[in-house]
Design a protein around this ligand. Structure first.
Ligand code: NAG
Length: 486
């Protein structure tokens, strides 16, 4: 078993259990549904099997008494588990922890035997050796894992780990029949208990590796050079009968330095309408609000437009009939549009769609030689409808312009007739602002999913103030991780 398990655990979301009022706040919650848990379990079991084979057991030595022959020293060495198969398995979360049980476990082992004895009548030592195969037919393996939040990381512990062998058969190649019976009688129990111990130990090692991997999961996921997503775990994982939930802080923070987090009320639980999906990731409106605030503070939302599809709009001649005084004062002068957001964009997630409102100031600059002369400032309130989609493991956005209002903030060229400027502004917003915003939103930001896992057939459910991504996942181990993991 490897680090993989943990990723899995990390992946999912969707349900927020009720919290005491002192609980830390979480804005993204992850839920692994029963289907997701089964996927994780199968992955863990295949990892476990691959680390269990081959498995070498310590040599067993024993002196047994055989009728007539006397005391015989028997050594079983090179005991190797070559194959393990788990017939059926299940995973079940409960308040105490997550239990994974395997039954109908079979193992194939090979070993070497050697015996020697001396008798009172023939004081020379007699010995022989050969090989044997061992088949374990009935065994069960059980593992109960505890999951806790330890200072924002997941702490995995082994609450219970056991392996019971009910049925073992030994098949010697060669050897006398007395030997056969003697070995079987003397060694069955020892071999079974050695296998049980070795499997238990290996599983515990696997769990502790997985545990250290979990501890090292990053607490932030970089989005770009400005922002990162705070993926610190808050509160203990939520374990119900058929799902495993995690809560993470989920807010956007600055890439480099710490910022205070926002405070919003916790939302009620949300679930995926399609219950067959493996995971759900619920993102509170606060996540989007924190992104808007952060980019706004980072002065990221400011740009100078000096190229537009209709370039005549960037010359006073193009404004000649709309703002004649501008043309008179600066005939045929080139212009720039200096756009900056005047406050963080508002994002509101509604049942059917996402409302976005952008507040911008547009300064009209005239270029005279090397000089840039601001001549007027127009305040814009742009209303749009947002939509989100999952691209790879990113949640990407798209903005559609619905409406806008404008007002003159200041002017050095007298009064502007807003109704005349309106169509021109619409064109600018449609052809410059919206494509600019969409180019940025289109990249999206990474959902908190562990490396190696990919969302598949994701669906997005938008409800009041929350977006839930319901998805299946696939897993593909990458080369560097497989090195670290084993
Ligand atoms: C990230 O979230 C954790 C848990 O809510 C919080 O304690 C921590 O201050 C946050 N980090 C930043 C940089 O805001």
């Amino acid at each position: 078993m490897s680090t993989t398990a943990i990723y899995l655990i990390f992946i999912f979301s969707l349900f927020i259990p009720p919290h005491p009022s002192t609980a830390d706040q979480s804005f993204i919650s992850l839920l692994i549904t029963q289907n997701g848990l089964d996927f994780v379990k199968d992955l863990l079991i295949s990892k476990a099997i691959s680390t269990l084979t081959p498995l070498w057991l310590t040599k067993i030595e024993e002196t047994i008494k055989i009728p007539i022959i006397g005391k015989v020293h028997i050594a079983l060495s090179d005991i190797t588990v070559n194959r393990v198969n788990i017939g059926s398995s299940y995973i079940k979360p409960s308040v105490t922890g997550v239990s994974i049980d395997g039954s109908e476990v079979t193992c194939e082992l090979s070993m070497k035997w050697h015996y020697s004895y001396g008798t009172w009548f023939a004081p020379i030592s007699i010995s022989d050796s050969g090989s044997a195969s061992v088949q374990v037919n009935g065994a069960g393996v059980g593992l109960t894992l505890g999951l806790d939040n330890q200072e924002g990381s997941l702490k995995l512990s082994t609450i219970e780990c056991n392996c019971h062998i009910h049925d073992i058969s030994i098949d010697l190649d060669g050897g006398a029949s007395w030997l056969y019976q003697g070995i079987v009688d003397a060694s069955e129990v020892q071999i079974a208990s050695a296998i049980e111990k070795a499997i238990t130990k290996k599983l515990k090692t696997g769990v502790s590796k997985l545990g250290s991997f979990l501890q090292t999961l990053p607490k932030r996921i970089p989005v770009d050079d400005i922002a990162a997503l705070n993926v610190t775990f808050v509160n203990d994982p939520f374990l119900s009968d058929d799902s495993l939930g995690f809560e993470i802080n989920g807010l956007f923070i600055e890439s480099n330095k710490d910022t205070p987090s926002l405070h919003n009320a916790l939302q009620p639980p949300v679930s995926c309408s399609d219950s067959s999906k493996m995971v759900g990731i619920a993102l509170d409106e606060a996540v989007f609000v924190s992104a808007a605030a952060l980019y706004y503070d980072a002065m990221f939302m400011h740009w100078v437009v000096d190229k537009v599809p209709e370039q005549s709009l960037l010359n006073t001649a193009g404004w000649r009939f709309i703002v004649p005084q501008l043309y008179r004062k600066y005939p045929n002068a080139d212009m720039n549009l200096d756009i900056s957001l005047s406050e963080p964009p508002r994002v509101q997630i509604l049942r059917q769609n996402i409302d976005a409102t952008v507040y911008a100031d547009l300064i009209v600059d005239v270029l005279e030689g090397v000089e840039t002369i601001p001549v007027a400032c127009i305040s814009l309130v742009i209303a749009g409808t947002g939509s989100v989609e999952v691209i790879g493991n990113n949640l990407a956005g798209h903005l559609k312009l619905d409406d806008f209002t404008m007002s003159l903030k200041w002017s050095k060229i007298g009064t502007l007739h807003m109704f005349l400027i309106q169509p021109l502004m619409w064109t600018l917003i449609e052809t410059v602002f919206v494509p600019y915003a969409n180019a940025r939103l289109g990249n999206g930001f990474p959902l908190p999913i562990i490396h190696g896992f990919t969302l598949q057939n994701a669906e997005i459910v938008s409800s009041d103030s929350r977006i839930t991504v319901c998805s299946d996942v696939t897993y593909q181990e990458s080369f560097d991780r497989s090195r670290n993991a084993s």
